[in-house]
Design a protein around this ligand. Structure first.
Ligand code: HAM
Length: 431
């Protein structure tokens, strides 16, 4: 026997059944995908599907060379034919914008796009953090806001309601201002950090010049006071940025969306400006952020397109579904309607014909395959969770009848003319 080969660490199989250390099933996932399809439609978003592999330069230029994602976490390899450096996408925004610019999708004005699929980051795996994970994201391109900023937040809140997890999620918001405001603040911040260099930990020292805003995001308790008293970006915002942020909050108030202003909220990717936000939970341990996003008004231009102010977000599907599974209300109805069983010469073909007719009439039918005793087949029917069993054996064949069994209800077992099969089951199913 050959040696077993295992899945890559941090990359999960999605099975019909729960696994010991990964409880999400394909059925729950599928139900979620259907919910997302309807939800994005309700808000006027169109789907975009881009390749999983892109040129490495796309992510370096958009996400930023100094970020953890680009600096440490990308799966990068060279294409052996032409020595091109390629990377498994670590997120969806860059690919989405690359496609928009390449295909000139903004030619007729703003567009609203959504996507769903696997992303790859070489992080240390733990519950809620994987090396292959999945995102559902939206990007609203060509909109200045702040109306759209608030609408996409309300859109998230709507989905949380539908999934039954509203009470578990907290919305944090902040404004990062524009580039000039950020650079004035950065200068002041670096000077402040230099004054406190003696107490900084290694991580903070490393980030001090490359990404000083991230230093304020430190989880180190010894640095909290220093971080609390650091120069605040909000004090450096100009009039237009302030007005945008105030407008955004007014819309949220008007829409009845609760939020918490976190002046230290910064995002892990470099392309953001103005509005940023995260939805967090205290139910997933360290992996608290379920959904994050914000404005990236300069990114399309940076990727070679015509300037178009834009905003978007992405949610981690695994994190979200871990919450939904434990606390939410997404109904998963995995069982088929009918289990079809048979015994005796000619019965197999006959029961398969009935099964095809039933499927054409809209029923989900599991056909038993292989010869087994009626009793054994009945056990399988029971275990399958279907509501009804269809039985064809010698008697039924001889008299052109079928036997139906109501597996979960009160009707028991009845034998009827085969011509009445569909009508009878339609009546049973609806009752
Ligand atoms: P992000 O914050 O890097 O943003 O990722 C969005 C979400 O993906 C996170 O909040 C988290 O739920 C999930 N996530 C990230 N890394 C992992 C991981 N290793 N394992 C499991 N889940 C993970 C973005 O990616 C931006 N592109 C969002 C965006 C869209 N901004 C504007 N438009």
């Amino acid at each position: 026997m050959g040696q077993k080969i295992q899945a890559v660490k941090g990359m999960n199989d999605l099975l019909p059944v729960e696994q010991k250390d990964f409880k999400l099933t394909a059925a729950l996932w599928q139900e979620f995908e259907m919910t997302v399809n309807n939800w994005t439609r309700r808000y006027g978003y169109s789907q975009i599907r881009t390749p999983i592999v892109e040129q490495t330069g796309l992510f370096v230029r958009s996400i930023g060379e100094e970020t953890d994602v680009v600096g440490k976490e990308m799966y990068t390899f060279s294409d052996s034919n032409d020595k091109l450096s390629l990377t498994l996408r670590p997120e969806g925004t860059a690919s989405c914008l690359r496609a928009v610019v390449e295909h000139n999708l903004l030619y007729n004005g703003p567009v609203k796009l959504w996507y769903m699929g696997p992303m790859f980051r070489r992080e240390r795996p733990q519950k809620g953090r994987y090396r292959q994970f999945h995102q559902v994201g939206i990007e609203a391109l060509g909109y200045e806001g702040p109306d759209i900023d608030a609408e996409i937040i309300a859109m998230c809140a709507d989905l949380w309601r539908e999934l039954g997890i509203s009470d578990l999620l907290k919305l944090e918001i902040n404004s990062l201002g524009n580039r000039e405001e950020r650079s004035a603040h950065r200068e002041a911040l670096v000077a402040y950090l230099e004054q406190h260099e003696a107490i900084l930990d290694e991580d903070s020292k490393r980030r001090m010049y490359t990404n000083p805003l991230r230093v304020l995001d430190t989880k180190n308790p010894a640095l909290q006071k220093m971080a609390d008293e650091a120069p605040r970006l909000s004090d450096y915002l100009g009039e237009a940025s302030r007005a945008h942020y105030e407008g955004f909050k007014k819309f949220l108030d008007g829409l009845g969306v609760d939020y918490y202003e976190n002046p230290r909220l910064v995002r892990g990717l470099d392309y953001y400006n103005q509005t940023v936000f995260e939805w967090t939970t205290d139910k997933l341990g360290a992996q608290a952020t379920v959904c994050g996003g914000g404005r990236y008004d300069g990114l399309i231009e940076e990727l070679g397109g015509k300037s178009a102010p834009s905003i978007g977000f992405a949610m981690g599907v695994e994190r979200l579904l871990l919450l939904v599974k434990e606390f939410g209300s997404l109904q998963v109805d995995a069982a088929a309607d009918i289990y079809a069983i048979y015994q005796g010469d000619g019965a197999a073909l006959q029961v398969m014909r009935y099964a095809q007719k039933l499927r054409a009439a809209g029923f989900d039918v599991i056909q038993h395959c292989g010869s087994q005793s009626l009793k054994a087949q009945m056990k399988k029917a029971d275990a399958s969770g279907t509501r009804f069993a269809l039985i064809v054996a010698g008697d039924e064949l001889a008299t052109d009848t079928v036997t139906l069994k109501d597996m979960r209800g009160e009707r028991g077992q009845v034998t009827i003319a085969s011509a009445d099969l569909i009508n009878t089951l339609q009546g049973w199913k609806q009752a």
